[in-house]
Design a protein around this ligand. Structure first.
Ligand code: BTN
Length: 249
């Protein structure tokens, strides 16, 4: 039976959850599911990902196959590059990346990425890439406490964008990027990531340890390199960093 590779659902709890279930029951590589009404979206570190109904895009894409395993830990970064490039070419906004994979426009988050491995017992069946994009949310739709840290494509461009077209483009671009990575394009992808790196040369605080240093790009395995004040170099492999405000005056 021919599977539809991109499907829209009116409403769901979590597109990542749904697609992970489908991968477990035999879904194929490249299948994708999206909605503009996600009610129990999952964010990184077990946080919720919330979005007002009928405004934003929640899309999940299945990555299945032996050839994608070698650079598994780079899939989130490759997705960030793909989505940033797509937004830049489709909407001409200037997008920066904040390690590991937040998309920012002028220091405000416009999209987040959550990649989840699909396990059957001990076996890895695939990875589901989930992307939450603030697409058509207006300034007044952004909760008060996030006004300073979140934005949307509509706010930045001054007009609405077609959700279905965006989902379709996103599926294609992300899969192309993941394929290029599997074909040995790691160095090129990391270089493109670094061109958009918002933390480069900035003071950052590593949240897990509270230590502060200067961000110095990403390593070949996708960790964030941070030069500590004693000159030593630390590589942050997981978790998060805070961008410290620029000193002025
Ligand atoms: C983050 O915390 O920044 C990552 C957010 C990822 C949200 C997306 S929306 C589509 C997919 N389905 C989910 O439940 N979460 C991801």
């Amino acid at each position: 039976m021919m599977q539809t590779m991109l499907r829209y659902v009116e409403q769901t709890r979590s597109t990542n959850h749904d697609l992970m279930e489908e991968v477990l029951s035999g879904g194929s590589h490249g299948m994708a599911l999206y909605t503009d009404d996600q009610r129990a979206g999952r964010g990184r570190h077990g946080r919720p990902w919330t979005s007002p109904p009928k405004k934003n895009l929640a899309v999940s894409i299945a990555v299945i196959g032996e050839r994608y395993r070698r650079d598994l830990e780079l899939i989130p970064l490759a997705t960030g590059v793909a989505v940033a490039d797509l937004l830049a070419s489709d909407t001409s906004v200037v997008v920066q990346l904040k390690w590991p994979n937040d998309l920012l426009i002028g220091n405000k988050k416009c999209a987040g990425i959550l990649c989840e491995g699909v396990q059957k017992g001990m076996q890895l069946m695939g990875v589901v890439i989930g992307i939450g994009l603030n697409l058509n949310m207006q300034r007044e739709d952004i909760p008060e406490d996030l006004q300073k840290s979140a934005t949307s494509i509509a706010v930045e461009t001054g007009h609405d964008h077609d959700l279905h077209r965006m989902a379709e483009h996103m599926r294609i671009r992300v899969l192309q990027e993941i394929d290029a990575l599997a074909d040995g394009g790691k160095a090129a992808m990391l270089a493109r990531w670094q061109e958009r790196d918002v933390t480069k040369g900035r003071r950052v605080q590593i949240l897990s340890s509270g230590t502060i240093g200067t961000a110095d790009g990403i390593s070949r395995t996708g960790g964030l390199r941070v030069r500590m004040d004693d000159g030593s170099m630390q590589e942050v492999r997981s978790g998060e960093v805070h961008l410290l405000p620029l000193l002025t005056g």
